[in-house]
Design a protein around this ligand. Structure first.
Ligand SMILES: Cc1cc2nc3c(=O)[nH]c(=O)nc-3n(C[C@H](O)[C@H](O)[C@H](O)COP(=O)(O)OP(=O)(O)OC[C@H]3O[C@@H](n4cnc5c(N)ncnc54)[C@H](O)[C@@H]3O)c2cc1C
Length: 285
């Protein structure tokens, strides 16, 4: 294997300049890039190590009405964050499911988003939060919505001088609940994950809903027909049962043999759980 040079950077400015001048790649936690170098991109000769930028790029903070997570924030830092424990129970649950706890202190959210792995439990959670990715270019910043960033047609590609600076989402307000769950498909041991975020109005009708389903390693999609079924309605257990049967309309046509009953079952769990949280909020006030 050809020798790879690793260049540590000590300022954001230096990182932007290096990215714009050289044919090189960023290394953050280094978990996913090893696979890429082995299988996808054997041309990589230089890696820019951004771990010395921990102080500038590792944070979880309020920014106006949003919560912003710096690109170098690790999975472990997210897991123990009081802000995210309060405002994104779905993200905390998704991380709790992660098989290798040892890698949690290494893997970063920036690496996770740049890698866009369909194995990554944070992806459906970022979709339900309608997250925005803040991208730094050599001269400026710009933001991209998660739906667009993940879209396949056309897929957003980071330009040579661009890197992920942070990801942010709106602080949920009012009576809301968010959840994440997963069920293993025993036919092939793959797992189906779902995340949901709902808000209730004062009459306990669902005023907003975002739901995402991920078949691990294969596809991720917004369950828009399910969302449409519940928005502006009072929802109880029976209606959740009816709502989830709409997921068949949302499954991408390219999906092969999707396990419909498992998708419905995992959706029932996340919707019931989100609703319970939102109702608890309402009762507390
Ligand atoms: C909340 C969360 C949940 C996760 N859940 C799972 C799970 O359930 N199962 C699982 O297998 N994995 C999971 N992961 C891990 C994930 O899929 C990635 O493997 C991991 O986060 C990669 O991070 P890294 O820092 O090691 O990236 P690296 O391996 O260092 O980099 C990966 C890729 O991203 C690029 N990159 C890194 N940082 C940036 C940046 N700031 N800007 C632009 N490009 C960048 C690199 O050049 C490379 O192409 C999770 C990660 C998170 C954050």
């Amino acid at each position: 294997m050809p020798k790879i040079e690793i260049i540590p950077v000590h300022s954001i400015n230096e990182l932007s300049i290096l990215l714009s001048e050289n044919d090189c790649r960023i290394i953050a936690g280094g978990i996913a890039i090893r696979d890429e170098m082995g299988t996808v991109d054997s041309k990589i000769r230089k890696l820019i190590d951004i771990s010395p930028l921990h102080e500038q790029l590792s944070f979880i903070r309020f920014k106006g009405n949003r919560i912003e997570i710096g690109a170098l924030t690790s999975v472990e830092e997210i897991f123990v964050s009081p802000i995210l424990q309060t405002f994104s129970p779905a993200l905390i649950r998704a991380i709790a499911s992660w098989e290798s706890r040892a890698s949690c202190s290494q893997a970063t959210i920036g690496g996770s988003l740049a890698y866009r792995s369909l194995f990554d439990a944070s992806i459906p959670v970022m979709i339900i939060h309608n997250a925005k990715i803040r991208i730094k270019t050599i001269n400026d910043f710009h933001e991209i919505e998660m739906d667009h960033f993940l879209s396949q047609s056309p897929k957003y590609r980071l330009k040579e001088d661009e890197f992920i600076f942070s990801v942010s989402f709106r602080k949920p307000q009012g009576f809301w609940g968010s959840s994440w769950s997963s069920i293993v498909d025993e036919r092939d041991n793959s797992s189906i994950q779902a995340a949901a975020m709902i808000s209730l109005d004062e009459e306990q009708k669902i005023s907003a809903a975002r739901i995402a389903v991920q078949q691990k390693g294969r596809m991720v999609f917004r369950a828009r027909a399910v969302e449409k079924f519940i928005i502006e309605n009072h929802v109880d257990e029976l209606q959740i049962e009816n709502a989830v049967s709409n997921v068949k309309k949302d499954i991408p046509s390219s999906a092969v043999n999707p396990p419909l009953n498992i998708m419905e079952s995992v959706l029932k769990t996340v919707l019931a759980d989100s609703l319970k949280q939102a109702n608890t909020f309402q009762k507390e006030l």
